[in-house]
Design a binder for this molecule. Structure first.
Ligand code: ADP
Length: 266
């Protein structure tokens, strides 16, 4: 089962932000969308989720999403936007419970607490959302999203987590918590598509990487195939040596030379 976007083009104002993008992600894998600022990652994600007007076709588990009702979509995919502002004074558990009604799943009332536990916030259930730090709010939103599609596979049909920079405001420990959670979801058969900023985390946790550049896909493949010196220099416009960690040969980026240069000249 796949999430496929074909020939997606988006114009915002006078700007063509996406130009004929073909994208594919498979259930059971973590797919990361990476690329420089402004390359179109969020716009691609928002085209896939139907939040931005676009040309082209999006198919989820084989069905054209244009033919699905909002409640049918909500039952098979949950979306975490980059930021979510809540105008009303809800507590944490109330926010996470919103996922239950959105997903129209079996409405197992124990799921929101399990989701809070999964993001390390079970003790925050009664706290007011507005009083939390940015990183804590981000994890609450993830708990809400996971609640919506708690079981990765229902009746043999995979469900999808679609996440826009899910670890952007998180410390390294919680980055690992969230990425472990994404990996676990995929390992149990669900689909995960995430816009990622951090290329080292991408290398560690993604199965498949889609690298964007100025509204198009520059290249796709495994982290080792995509995250190379040449590709990163061309796409990001800076030289960052890529090494690999034995024995798994996972790429990692360590801008050592720049650190040394800065320190010497200081
Ligand atoms: P990324 O997520 O890769 O940083 P985005 O998808 O957010 O990139 O944006 C892609 C491009 O579209 C950027 O150049 C951005 O300035 C532009 N853009 C985003 N929103 C709008 C808008 N509402 N009107 C015009 N241009 C926009």
């Amino acid at each position: 089962m796949t999430l496929q976007a074909r020939n997606i083009s988006v114009k915002l104002g006078r700007r063509r932000v996406l130009a004929g993008v073909d994208f594919s992600a498979s259930a059971g894998r973590v797919t990361a969308i990476v690329g420089p600022n402004g390359s179109g990652k969020t716009t691609l994600l928002r085209s896939i989720t139907g939040e931005v007007a676009h040309q082209g076709e999006v198919r989820l588990n084989g069905a054209d999403v244009a033919n699905l009702q909002p409640w049918q979509l909500a039952a098979i995919r949950a979306v975490q936007p980059q930021s979510s502002s809540i105008a009303f004074p809800f507590n944490v558990l109330e926010i996470v419970r919103l996922g239950l009604s959105a997903g129209l799943s079996a409405a197992d009332s124990s799921v929101p607490m399990k989701a809070l536990q999964a993001v390390g916030l079970n003790r925050f259930a009664g706290r007011m959302y507005q009083g939390l730090s940015g990183g804590e709010q981000q994890r609450v939103q993830l708990a809400r999203v996971i609640t919506q599609v708690w079981e990765p596979v229902v009746d043999g049909i995979p469900r999808w987590l679609i996440l826009d920079e899910p670890v952007a405001s998180l410390d390294i420990g919680h980055q690992f918590t969230v990425m472990d959670l994404a990996r676990d979801y995929a390992a149990r058969g669900g689909g995960v598509v995430a816009v990622m900023h951090d290329l080292n985390l991408t290398a560690m946790f993604a199965d498949y990487v889609v690298l964007m550049e100025t509204g198009q896909i520059a290249t796709t493949g495994s982290p080792a195939e995509v995250l190379t010196d040449e590709t990163l220099a061309r796409t990001y416009g800076c030289a960052v040596p890529v090494n690999t960690t034995p024995p798994a040969q996972i790429p990692f980026l360590l801008p050592q030379a720049r650190v040394n240069m800065t320190r010497h000249s200081a």
